[in-house]
Design a protein around this ligand. Structure first.
Ligand SMILES: CC(=O)N[C@H]1[C@@H](OP(=O)(O)OP(=O)(O)OC[C@H]2O[C@@H](n3ccc(=O)[nH]c3=O)[C@H](O)[C@@H]2O)O[C@H](CO)[C@@H](O)[C@@H]1O[C@H](C)C(=O)N[C@@H](C)C(=O)N[C@H](CCC(=O)N[C@@H](CCC[C@@H](N)C(=O)O)C(=O)O)C(=O)O
Ligand SMILES: Nc1ncnc2c1ncn2[C@@H]1O[C@H](COP(=O)(O)OP(=O)(O)OP(=O)(O)O)[C@@H](O)[C@H]1O
Ligand SMILES: C[C@@H](N)C(=O)N[C@H](C)C(=O)O
Length: 460
């Protein structure tokens, strides 16, 4: 994590006041929450939706913070305290991170895309960690606050950083990429997330391609080559950029030849120097094979050898609620895929569970997919229509939009096998009553539905 004198921080972040009395004081680490103060850190008060962090500055310093920012337009800054007064504390945090990143001698992988950012980040970090000292985004800290906090937590002796970049409107990825300055950029895919803000998949693709704005001079773009919106735009606008594509089809630089889905792992083969190489990942889903291909390409760009890649893949641990296999109180298997949902990720999850065998009943519990814009009901209907009644036994939906999944499924399913709920407790009660030890249940919805609460209830 960052360790600098106040004099240095003042210069890096655009301090406005005279801090001579405190200039040799050293800060180590940064927090935006006074409830997580560590001795010697810099506290950055932010104006939030509920409160203004400035009301906690004194307490933060009393609890051990070495210094604090203070926004110029906030009245009554306390006297005789180690405060760096700045124009805007959020912008000062971002400037500090940008400046710190420029001083770090590290290689950076930047990852964006509609689905799979966090998963691909975890996979890429696992492969690089076989060879380098690696720092990666913690959880989902991937936006205008999360990324600077992640950069500022990078240790100076780090060799490689894997940084996730999230967005919901144009310009955000460009901003983050110019802060992270990646040597390798990955675009995992173009789905439907944030259609509400961006209006079309083409605009989503354009937003994700902003990641090249911060890409290093000799940088490499690794992208999902089955996506024509990416392939065509890259060919037209970035003809001289070094690009590598991955995907399911042979048009890509890297593609899987054979994928075998196990109950708790997935194996795949790829053509490698004229032979076929087989790899195994301890996670489920053909979509995670694609994420692994992107991670393999990034690792190869950093010179990670094949045996290390193989070892790294076998050691992958994903962030929770992404295809997380857990067990219910009755011993039933539950795939907790409740972190988020969009049509692309729901299709991938349904494809997985439809392909699994050896279970008494296979049950889908699907909640609303949010932020999809005016076509949202149609997106839900189409998901329902895709579900195979030969390979799925029951469909439970939760939420007003997911009811349209039920409507779409009702064509193929008998009435008693499609149930729509608006009350989470009633859904839980029905699942507790109707699932048994040899069943498997997939639970998936947008973050806003908090469907992990259903998983937690079934585990009690
Ligand atoms: C500004 C901030 O910290 N927000 C967090 C805060 O929310 P809120 O605005 O309600 O803050 P408060 O009003 O409660 O407090 C204001 C500040 O005061 C601090 N404070 C408060 C009390 C106290 O006793 N002491 C204090 O110091 C407080 O810390 C505030 O700084 O609290 C919420 C609940 O904890 C946080 O969730 C909220 O964090 C926001 C969401 C945030 O952006 N956090 C980043 C660190 C982050 O990266 N979070 C990720 C999720 C990122 C995400 O959603 N990514 C999207 C894509 C990006 C879309 C982008 N356009 C966007 O807007 O996000 C994705 O799809 O992945 C995470 O939490 O996982
Ligand atoms: N390549 C992919 N294609 C389709 N779905 C995917 C892919 N990778 C992951 N998913 C699914 O998308 C959901 C989110 O995964 P993950 O958190 O890795 O993506 P993310 O891009 O970080 O998501 P978010 O933008 O919501 O933070 C999970 O349900 C996961 O199963
Ligand atoms: C926070 C935002 N990027 C997001 O994940 N939205 C989904 C759709 C949600 O909150 O459910």
């Amino acid at each position: 994590m960052i360790k600098r004198t106040l004099k240095q921080v003042h210069e890096m972040a655009g301090g406005l006041n005279d801090i001579t009395p405190f200039q040799s004081r050293v800060i180590q680490g940064v927090t935006i929450d006074s409830r997580t103060i560590k001795e010697g850190c810099l506290f950055v008060p932010l104006k939030g939706a509920q409160v203004d962090g400035h009301q906690y500055v004194k307490q933060a310093l009393a609890d051990g913070a070495a210094a604090s920012f203070w926004q110029k337009d906030v009245p009554n800054p306390p006297n005789d305290l180690p405060l760096i007064i700045v124009e805007n504390t959020e912008k000062a945090l971002q400037e500090l991170a940008r400046s710190y990143r420029s001083e770090l001698n590290i290689k950076v992988v930047g990852i964006t895309g509609s689905n799979g950012k966090t998963t691909t980040k975890d996979m890429t970090a696992a492969l690089l960690a076989t060879t380098y000292k690696v720092h990666k985004t913690s959880g989902n800290f991937n936006n205008h606050l999360g990324l600077p906090l992640t950069v500022l937590s990078i240790e100076e002796n780090t060799e490689a950083a894997v940084l996730e970049m999230g967005m919901s409107s144009r310009g955000e990825i460009e901003f983050l990429s110019n802060m992270a300055k990646p040597d390798v950029a990955i675009i995992t895919n173009i789905g439907e997330s944030h259609l509400l803000d961006l209006g079309s998949r083409e605009e989503i693709a354009n937003a994700k391609l902003e990641i090249v704005e911060g890409l290093a001079e000799e940088g490499v773009l690794i992208y999902h080559g089955d996506e024509p919106l990416l392939r065509n735009r890259i060919k037209r606008d970035f003809p001289d950029m070094k690009v590598i594509s991955f995907g399911r089809t042979e048009q890509n630089d890297l593609f899987p030849q054979l994928i075998t889905q196990g109950a708790d792992s997935t194996t795949f083969t790829i053509a490698c120097d004229g032979t076929e190489a087989e790899y195994a990942i301890p996670v489920l889903g053909h979509h995670n094979v694609l994420n692994a291909l992107a991670a393999i390409l990034a690792a190869k760009e950093f010179g990670v050898d094949d045996s290390s890649i193989r070892m790294g893949l076998s050691a992958i641990q994903l962030t929770n609620m992404r295809m997380e296999m857990v067990e219910g109180a009755k011993g039933q298997k539950i795939i907790n895929d409740a972190y988020n949902a969009s049509p692309t990720s729901v299709k991938a999850a349904v494809e997985l569970i439809e392909g699994l065998s050896g279970f008494e009943k296979k049950i889908l519990v699907l909640g609303d997919m949010l932020e999809l814009g005016p076509q949202e009901k149609d997106f839900h209907l189409k998901i329902g229509e895709l579900i195979s009644s030969d390979r799925i036994d029951k469909v439970f939906t939760y939420g007003p939009l997911a009811e349209f999944i039920g409507k779409g499924a009702s064509e193929a399913f008998s009435k008693e096998n499609v149930r729509s709920f608006q009350d989470k407790q009633k859904l839980i009660a029905e699942l507790e009553a109707s699932t048994q030890v040899n069943d498997i249940i997939l639970v998936k919805a947008s973050r806003g539905m908090r469907l992990e609460e259903v998983v937690q209830a079934l585990q009690k």
